[in-house]
Design a protein around this ligand. Structure first.
Ligand code: AMP
Ligand code: MG
Length: 496
């Protein structure tokens, strides 16, 4: 590494354990040098939570590091190889515009990848320029931080820097680099890549690495010779995804591109492209303008997750059992478990959203009836639960409808049949029904001001408000406004 691209500091120490895997899993690659790196936004709170040196990151050298213009001494930046099923079709991919700078051990002991997005071409770039525009990187910043505020596992945004370059999309746009952190960037697609192109020993190496990094419980049981750790890995990954997708459904989040390369085995939401939150409750809502067949519609997300997990299970077959038909049996049984796990997490969450402490079988009807009413009256998903939690249901458009009145009395009867007080009911509902989500129009307003008018204030205020979505003491009322028009199908801001 040439001297002038290296920062000689010990203020931030990074390891890269991923490079201990066979070398076809990655390519050593420096981020591009850029004309004029400047931090556009730095996530001070995240920096502090991680135990990173804020003063260093705010300095000129910090901007060099966060934008990838310079790299820390003794580090090994890489682009990771992966494949994936995109809209159902298998293809070779890899980090086409991302560089993994290394892993940082945070105050909490957890290891986080620090990755740049938009840092230039890599051997996996295919036809792309390896770059990113400011708008989409700020969009990922807002939504990922919003997801975190909502308590949903996600990669996080540490900073967005501008590069001093323009990138060419449908128009000329300001270039930017997002610095994000993740528990890891191991994707279902990383396993598919190993299984399809590298063979059993590499899948095993990747699986062992994943277990060691994400599933210490499995690691601890390794001593027991009768125990198949890869079977446990499959179970754990399925469990984490069932939990994650239930969380998405409960807040009305639509990922938009649930390709297998966009599914992290750690169970974090990853790769915010044409994602969005559903406004009015309409289960077939699709936000991505490229998803013409509605493959990744809101209501399909659990099924697609299961489909992706089936692809994951196939990559582990040789490790599950030496007898191929037995291995398939194990894989099928585990993948089928997804539905039950998902249902359990979703029902549990729905119960809380409605203030029901101990869910009974017949409560499913109550939940379904409400969703049907919301669909019939085109009610806003988030707002409906918000008004129920505040006790202001008369503000809902569907309030006068006879069907809704009937539902309200059924629901109230159900609540009074349990032991918990009204206060307790209100509390659990308010802890599970956000007052604020990164609604499309709010995100667009913030980006419009940021990118077109160089006004950061709207985005900063929005990101701050998104940190406390369950605070009913201090409701950010302007943000709770329901848009008149449904924002679907939705075209992502300025392309990605
Ligand atoms: P995504 O849809 O963001 O998950 O990206 C799918 C694939 O396209 C990944 O391999 C990305 O690295 C790659 N990719 C996306 N945008 C670019 C770009 N501008 N240049 C090169 N590769 C890209
Ligand atoms: Mg991706």
């Amino acid at each position: 590494m040439s001297g002038n691209r290296t920062i000689n500091t010990n203020k931030i120490l990074l390891k890269n354990t991923f490079i201990k895997l066979p070398n076809l899993f990655y390519t050593k690659q420096l981020p591009d040098s850029i004309p004029s790196p400047h931090i556009w936004i730095l996530n001070d709170k995240l920096v502090r939570d991680l135990g990173m040196d804020l003063t260093f990151l705010q300095s000129k050298e910090g901007a060099e590091f966060l934008s990838g213009n310079q790299v820390l001494k003794n580090t090994n930046p890489i682009a990771q190889a992966y494949a994936g099923h995109q809209f159902g079709y298998f293809t070779m991919l890899g980090d086409g515009r991302a560089i993994l700078l290394g892993e940082y051990q945070a105050k909490d002991g957890e290891r986080y990848d620090i990755q740049l997005k938009g840092s230039g071409r890599t051997p996996y770039s295919r036809g792309g320029d390896g770059k990113a525009a400011l708008g989409p990187m700020l969009r990922e910043y807002i939504i990922s931080e919003g997801m975190h505020g909502l308590g949903i596992p996600t990669t996080r945004s540490l900073a967005v820097s501008i590069t001093g370059e323009t990138v060419i999309r449908e128009e000329m746009l300001e270039g930017a680099v997002l610095t994000r952190i993740a528990k890891s960037h191991i994707r279902v697609g990383t396993f598919e890549y190993a299984s399809k192109f590298l063979g059993k020993e590499s899948v095993k190496a990747l699986a062992d690495y994943t277990i060691n990094r994400h599933f210490p419980i499995i690691e601890d049981s390794k001593e027991d010779a009768t125990y198949n750790v890869y079977h446990s890995l499959l179970q754990e990954v399925i469990k984490k995804q069932a939990y994650l997708i239930a969380k998405w459904q409960l807040v009305g989040f639509i990922h938009g591109v649930m390709n297998t390369d966009n599914m992290a085995v750690s169970g974090e939401t990853i790769d915010y492209g044409p994602c969005a939150f559903m406004d009015r409750y309409k289960p077939d809502t699709v936000f991505s303008s490229i998803d013409t067949k509605k493959r990744y519609a809101y209501q399909n997300q659990p099924t697609i997750a299961m489909w992706n997990l089936a692809r994951f299970s196939e990559t582990l077959l040789q490790l599950l059992d030496p007898n191929p038909s037995k291995a398939i049996q194990i894989a099928e049984k585990e993948v089928m478990e997804f539905t039950q796990l998902y249902q359990k997490y979703w029902l549990d969450g729905m119960g809380k959203k409605l203030g029901i402490f101990s869910l009974k079988k017949e409560d499913i009807n109550l939940i379904k009836q409400l969703l049907d009413l919301m669909q019939k009256y085109k009610a806003d998903y988030t707002d409906s639960f918000f008004q129920l939690s505040r006790g202001t249901t008369e503000q809902l458009e569907m309030y006068p409808a006879q069907g809704f009145q009937q539902w309200l009395s059924l629901w109230k009867n159900r609540l009074s049949s349990q032991n918990q007080s009204e206060e307790e009911v209100k509390k659990i509902m308010q802890q599970n029904n956000p007052t604020i989500i990164p609604r499309n129009y709010l995100v667009e307003e913030a980006l419009e001001a940021a990118v077109k008018k160089q006004d950061k204030s709207i985005m900063k205020k929005l990101v701050d408000a998104l940190q406390n979505p369950y605070n009913y003491e201090n409701i950010p009322l302007p943000y709770t406004k329901v848009p008149k028009e449904n924002s679907c199908p939705y075209k992502t801001y300025c392309g990605t």
